[in-house]
Structures are given as C-alpha cells and as structure tokens.
Design a protein around this ligand. Structure first.
Ligand code: NDP
Length: 294
C-alpha cells in the first residue's frame, strides 16, 4: 500500500500568515492597526505554550497584541472586568480567552462578555447561532483551520461522507456544521457511540478530535480516505501524538495530517485571519480592499 500524502499544516499556515501580514500592512496604511488581546488565567503549562505561540504569530503578522495574564486565584468578577475593558477598547478587534479556565470560573459567562464581532474564537452564542443558521460570523479557529487546509489542498467536501469523532463546542460540533455547510454528509461520533470502528471505516474524510492518544487505529481507515487528526496528546514516552495511529493510517489513507505540524498551526493561522477580518470590518474595509481572500 502506498504512503498517504502529508497535508502540511505548518507550511500552509505559514503561507496564510504571510497573506495576513500583507493584508494587515494595507489595513495599517489606511490608519487601522489590527489588534488582538489574549487573556490567560492560571498556570496551566500547555495554555502558556499555546498563548506564547499565538502571541508570537500575531506579532509576526504585524498585529498589535496584548496578553493579559491573571493569577490562578482570579475571581469571576475580576476576569469579567478585564474582558469588558477589552470589549470597550477600540484598538482591540479580537479577544481570545484561553481555555480551559481554572475550575472555579464560569467560562460560559466569560465568553458571553465578549462582543460577537470581537469573538475571534467563534464561541459566543451569537456566533454559534450564525454558524448553525449559515449567517456570516466568526468561526471557531480549529474547525475553520481543518476546512481551510482541505480547501488549499483542493480536497472537496461536497457529497463526501465526513465522520467527526468528538462533539465538543470547540472542535467537533462546529466542524460538523462547517462540513454540512460545504454539502458533506456528516456523522458525529462521541464517547457513547457504538461500533466506532465501523463508523470510521465508512468515512471519506475522517476527523479525530477526541484527546485519546492513537485511539483511531490504522485499519479503521477506509482505503483512500482523508484523515485529519486534531488531537494533541503526550504519549507515555513523551512524544506528541494525535488521536490517530499515524503509521498505520498513513499506509491506508490517501492523505493525512501529521501531529505536530498539522491542524495545530492551522488553528493559529485562522486566529490571525479572524482578527484581521474583524479589524477590517470595524475599519470599513472589505477583504477585497486588502487584496485578501479568494
Ligand atoms: P473535549 O474533551 O472537549 O471533547 C472530546 C470529545 O471526544 C467528546 O465529545 C467526547 O465524547 C469524545 N470522546 C471521548 N472519548 C471517546 C471515545 N472513546 N470514543 C469516541 N469519542 C470519544 O476535547 P476537544 O474537542 O477540546 O479536543 C479534542 C482534542 O483536540 C484534544 O486532544 C485537544 O488537545 C485537541 N485540540 C487541538 C487543537 C489544535 O489546535 N490542534 C485545538 C483544540 C483541541 P462525549 O461528548 O460523549 O464526552
């Protein structure tokens, strides 16, 4: 069996970041600098790494970035105050609250304090409703990154059977809606799904967003299928691995994303895209004005 084509999220994300940089420079020429604010609460090491990467990518693309770091003991009221201050700041076009929050905080209430037009993670109820009803809005970065990666590799979704394993609000559910909007036929699997293996075998495009190292075995993949592995897990030997057995699956699939270097970098690239789009809209410019988009 031949080896699958690698869907290189790192290279694709770099190309998108270059496009964002050029569009952001055009926006700035017209007197509007796109601004992103990232709010990080607590000491979770993975969150610190993610925020650092987002901060760096946004700065590289010429966006104004501010990171608000708050201690693990921050109260709900203090966090809400910070978000409301950013909500009123005209220099801030995108607000991202890094999840998960410490368990004493109510993430849903904090997210709803973000105005929908600054909700670059696409998690407010208004943006979720826009996604489900097909209205314009900001889409969650990871699922948007999955779709963008497929688009750039000219892998169409129309009429395909997309099987999404995972139903979180952050990844699985929005991805299923984006695939549906692209005219795919969608199956969503989760922890109570029976015969997961059989569902996976029927996928033309299989997306794993579970958080269990190498749950999806190579022989669960239909020959010729496309595999998107969203999972980022630390294996017992310290390696970063996805939710898919990469070695096994890449012998059977026609195309597959690696971990790392697949969907992770695409997520960050889409955060920049969302921030730029939000800034452009606020400054009365269109994607076309910025020489952006297809
Ligand atoms: P969640 O924990 O919120 O959701 C996991 C989902 O997987 C749930 O819907 C759960 O089902 C389902 N699930 C759990 N066990 C099984 C099982 N045995 N069989 C089938 N489904 C199962 O995780 P996220 O969606 O936030 O993240 C998923 C993975 O993606 C993680 O590894 C995370 O680190 C990674 N991630 C990567 C990003 C990137 O940029 N590449 C960004 C975001 C996340 P149920 O609903 O029934 O509990």
């Amino acid at each position: 069996m031949s080896e699958a084509r690698i869907l290189d999220g790192k290279a694709t994300a770099l190309a998108i970041r270059t496009e964002v940089r050029s569009a952001a420079a055009k926006l700035e020429e017209s007197g509007c600098r796109a601004g992103l604010a990232v709010v990080l609460v607590g000491e979770d090491p993975a969150s610190h790494v993610y925020v650092r990467n987002k901060d760096r990518a946004a700065s590289d693309a010429g966006l104004a970035v501010q990171t608000v770091r708050l201690g693990a003991a921050t109260t709900q009221e203090r966090l809400l105050q910070e978000v409301r201050t950013l909500a009123e700041d005209d220099a801030v076009h995108g607000i991202l609250v890094q999840l998960p929050l410490p368990s004493h905080l109510d993430a849903a209430e904090v997210i709803e304090a973000i105005p929908p037009h600054k909700d670059v993670d696409g998690l407010t109820q208004s943006n979720v409703a826009a996604l489900v009803t097909g209205r314009p809005g900001l889409r969650p970065c990871t699922p948007a990154g999955c779709i963008e990666l497929l688009t750039r590799y000219e892998i169409g979704l129309e009429g395909k059977h997309v099987v999404v394993v995972g139903r979180s609000m952050l990844v699985g559910k929005p991805l299923a809606h984006l695939a549906l909007a692209a005219n795919a036929t969608v199956t969503i699997c989760h922890s109570r799904t029976q015969e997961l293996e059989q569902h996976c075998r029927r996928a033309d495009i299989l997306v794993a967003a579970v958080g269990i190292p190498e749950l999806i075995r190579g022989d669960w993949v239909q020959p010729g299928a496309v595999v998107l592995d969203v999972g980022i897990n630390r294996a017992e030997d310290g390696r970063l691995v996805g939710d898919v057995d990469f070695e096994g699956a890449s012998r059977i699939a026609s195309a597959i994303t690696p971990v790392p270097g697949g969907i992770g970098p695409m997520t960050i690239a889409m955060l920049l895209v969302n921030t730029l789009q939000s800034a452009a809209l606020r400054c009365g410019m269109t994607a076309k004005d910025l020489g952006w988009g297809r």
